[in-house]
Write a protein that binds this ligand. Structure first.
Ligand code: NAD
Ligand code: IPM
Ligand code: MN
Length: 362
């Protein structure tokens, strides 16, 4: 198949980890005989430096016509002045909004070989396999912002249709998995959460009678996520709660460097990116974990290109590399950690062997 993939490396470790993900896609391309074109564009701080804008129109236009978008990360201290008129993060938000990517899928499945990297006791982690569906284009992120000399406000707003479509997406996913959906809100305090709970209850009752729905308040959910993570299947929640809970959930897997994501709309190109940021504390040192980016590429193959076998192949190659102890410093701690290049090479080696084995079989 032919696919036009836009690559947005961004800032900090973004370019380091997207390079690894592109290599994984190229390995799939040659093994399976696909033709992928990779077109790089600017976003974030890199785009601000070059053009003054965090999301140049040319980048958004290229993404709109692409089959899929692979993104690294944006942001960093250089552009973090609170008084700055333009910020890298605005580019990412504008991209999500501009492409209508309202559902952000963040799977969390700790790898047995990396359990030692988690601060959580291993017996709580065995069998954990959950997906957070984070609403991505509404809520407090996108409400009216105001600043006066002695006050500031961010409006949190949700419409019925915004809640319906993301709950529907989560319901479909739950149906394909273990049939359990947890909706997370703060309905004891927030009006938007009371709307959220009402709509979630109705959508599941009307359209998904075969799945079970449970409501959780976000504060206790933050606790349950660590104390009984195995009980969750699909978790659906609003934009900011989903942002915070998934960074927390990364500690189940052991590192931010392990968690991928897919941002999806209705039939538009998806954006695939790690859940982590630009990691300014380790940028430029060649030690970032490329796994989250490589697994994001696997999600791209599956969700935007419909290449399920190829996606499985990439995920298995990552799994095998972790099994063999190919650990970057975020997993290994101090000691015999390997760098981004070596970790990528370990995945690619397995990928080539696996892909060709599958192709020969077929
Ligand atoms: P971060 O996710 O960049 O880093 C948090 C911690 O995790 C750091 O210690 C970092 O070294 C570590 N880490 C993250 N990814 C790693 C990887 N692949 N391998 C090894 N270690 C990894 O969060 P932050 O420091 O709070 O934010 C830094 C910048 O990134 C900010 O400007 C923020 O706005 C931005 N950010 C961007 C995105 C995005 O582009 N999607 C996501 C989150 C944060
Ligand atoms: C993420 C990030 C972004 C978010 C920032 C950089 C705007 O933290 O993708 O998780 O809050 O959505
Ligand atoms: Mn985040």
């Amino acid at each position: 198949m032919h696919a036009d993939i836009v690559v947005l490396p961004g800032d900090g470790i973004g370019p380091e980890v997207t390079a690894a993900a592109v290599e994984a896609l190229q390995a799939v391309e040659s093994a399976y005989g696909h033709r992928f074109s990779f077109n790089e564009h600017l976003i974030g701080g890199a785009a601000i430096d070059a053009t003054g804008e965090a999301l140049p129109q040319s980048t958004l236009d290229a993404c709109r016509t692409a089959d899929a978008v692979l993104l690294g990360a944006v942001g960093g201290p250089k552009w973090s002045d609170p008084k700055a008129s333009v910020r890298p993060e605005q580019g990412l938000l504008a991209l999500r909004k501009g492409l209508g990517l309202y559902a952000n899928l963040r799977p969390v499945k700790p790898h047995p070989a990396a359990l030692g990297a988690s601060p959580i006791k291993p017996h709580l982690l065995n069998g954990v396999d959950l997906v957070v569906v984070r609403e991505l284009t509404g809520g407090i992120y996108f409400g009216r912002k105001q600043r006066a000399s002695d006050s500031a406000s961010d409006l949190c707003e949700y419409s019925v249709s915004e809640v319906e479509r993301v709950v529907r997406r989560a319901g479909q996913l739950a149906r394909q998995r273990r049939g359990h959906l947890t909706s997370v809100d703060k309905a004891n305090v927030l009006e938007t959460s009371r709307l959220w709970r009402e709509v979630a209850t109705r959508v599941v009752a009307d359209e998904f009678p075969d799945i079970t729905l449970e409501h959780q308040l976000v504060d206790s959910m933050a606790m349950h996520l660590l104390s009984r993570p195995r009980e969750y299947d699909v978790i659906v929640t609003e934009n900011m709660f989903g942002d915070i809970l998934t960074d927390e959930a990364s500690m189940l897997a052991g590192s931010m460097g392990l968690l991928p994501s897919a941002s999806l709309g209705d039939g538009k190109p998806g954006v695939y990116e790690p859940i982590h940021g630009s990691a300014p504390d380790i940028a430029g040192r060649g030690i970032a974990n490329p796994v989250a980016a490589i697994l994001s590429a696997a999600m791209l193959l599956r969700h935007s290109l419909g290449l399920d076998d190829e996606a499985d192949c990439v995920e298995q190659a990552v799994s095998q590399a972790l099994d063999s102890g190919a650990f970057t410093a975020d997993i290994q701690g101090s000691g015999a950690a390997i760098g981004t290049r070596a970790a990528t090479a370990a995945v690619l080696e397995n990928l080539q062997v696996r892909c060709y084995a599958v192709c020969m079989r077929d």
